[in-house]
Design a protein around this ligand. Structure first.
Ligand code: PMP
Length: 406
């Protein structure tokens, strides 16, 4: 069934405002999505009614909030179809999650001469932690190249493996141009060579069904704020068998079992990886975001975003002097483009004056921009609450930009 777009837009209070005296158009969803009242109200309720630190308390509110926090873990488990609750680790976001794995996995399994495979289309968050790990350990990075449509070259990927390959870390969906990578097949390839795989799912979980068991991912990492949830929340899914073997990353309260001045033993999963007071209010808000996505219907969301992508791609391709990047067969609703002889930053500033938020720059993917031979793009990233009328407004604003520069 098609989505009730009036109802949906009413769920997102921020969309109702005007910016520079124009109705606000938000096309910066790949940077962060807006939040529905269902999430805002749920977090408000924590602070007004139940706030109390979790896990250690014997009193009523501590117990209640602990229950809500652990129910959120179960909600996330079901959302991505993990086998066990304790395979879900809460973090501050994807960056926090990848750093955790890079340190913990790196400490145990990476040594001099080892190799880690990443791709040319990664966000800096899935490059730099591995690069730093390689520097610390004397290991090296191997990079999967792309074709001109922004698709990874799978034969080249196959050739990058050697007896020294210890991990593959790739994005499910590219934030710069929206390519959906064939991660299921790529995981199979790695597993045939006994190499575990980390998937950066930051741009994927909100745009299509993710089943971590079907993918057979060893780690799957994402951020709450890009899926209609609060900032400062994120998830690492990790297979039990691997997480059990990994040393903790941060240490302190919560993650311990017995502490003496001579020796400390660690708590069981998932608490071993959740040192200190977690962002329980955020996590409870994140579960509300998942419920919102599920109640709206992920299939309906996907269908609507596909329609917006088709419409937007067609409208933008009709504009003279506009070059769209990323024509992968499989992609999410991201339109990344440049305008002849106009710096993306200048274009973005003018588009803003029409009340339209787009992002300009390298999208934290400098190596990929370098491959394209450009410094950056203008990126309009759309989600199910966006409309065709908003795309029309973007096209009008682009025409104004061109007029100004000609
Ligand atoms: N990976 C991808 C693909 C992303 O799009 C982003 C955010 N733009 C990140 C990682 C980093 O996420 P965060 O800033 O929420 O940690």
């Amino acid at each position: 069934m098609a989505l009730d777009i009036v109802k949906i837009r009413n769920d997102f209070p921020i969309l109702k405002q005007t910016v520079h005296n124009k109705p606000f158009v938000y096309f910066d969803n790949a940077a962060t999505t807006q939040k529905p009242v269902q999430v805002i109200d749920r977090m408000d309720k924590v602070y007004r009614e139940t706030n109390s630190n979790i896990h250690r308390g014997v009193h009523y509110l501590s117990d209640l909030t602990t229950r809500h926090f652990e129910e959120a873990r179960e909600t996330i488990r079901k959302f991505i179809n993990a086998r066990y609750d304790h395979e879900i680790i809460f973090t501050s976001g994807t960056t926090g999650g990848i750093n955790l794995v890079a340190f913990s996995f790196g400490e145990k399994y990476i040594s001099r001469g080892d190799e880690i495979i990443i791709s040319a289309i990664e966000h800096h968050a899935n490059i730099v932690p591995w690069q730093m790990l390689c520097e610390r350990k004397g290991a090296s990075l191997k990079v999967i190249p792309l074709n001109s449509d922004g698709e990874l070259l799978l034969e080249e990927y196959d050739r990058l493996f050697s007896s020294n390959t210890r991990l593959v870390a790739i994005t499910h969906v590219a934030n710069s141009i929206g390519t959906i990578n064939p991660v299921r097949e790529m995981i199979q390839t790695a597993h045939q060579k006994n190499v575990p795989v980390l998937i950066d799912g930051t741009q994927a979980v909100q745009h299509g069904k993710v089943d971590v068991q079907d993918l057979d991912a060893d780690f799957y990492v994402f951020s709450g704020h890009k899926m209609y949830g609060p900032t400062g929340t994120g998830v690492i899914y990790g297979k039990e068998s691997i997480l059990e073997e990994l040393p903790p990353y941060q240490t302190g309260g919560e993650m311990v079992d017995q502490v003496t001045f001579e020796k400390t033993t660690f708590n069981r999963l998932p608490f071993k990886f959740e040192a200190g007071t977690p962002n329980y209010t955020g996590v409870i808000g994140l579960a509300a975001a998942v419920r919102y996505i599920e109640e709206t219907g992920l299939d309906e969301i996907v269908a609507r975003e596909k329609e917006l992508l088709e419409y937007g791609s067609r409208r933008l391709s009709e504009i003279d002097g506009l070059h769209l990047f990323g024509q992968a067969e499989n992609k999410i609703s991201i339109l990344s483009f440049i305008l002849d002889d106009i710096h993306p930053f200048d274009a973005g500033m003018i588009i803003d004056k029409y009340g339209i938020a787009v992002r300009t720059g390298n999208h934290c993917a400098q190596p990929f921009m370098e491959l394209l031979g450009i410094r950056g793009t203008i990126r309009a990233s759309m989600v199910f609450y966006n409309t065709r009328e908003e795309i029309d407004r973007l096209c009008e604003a682009i025409e104004k930009v061109k007029e100004m520069f000609n």
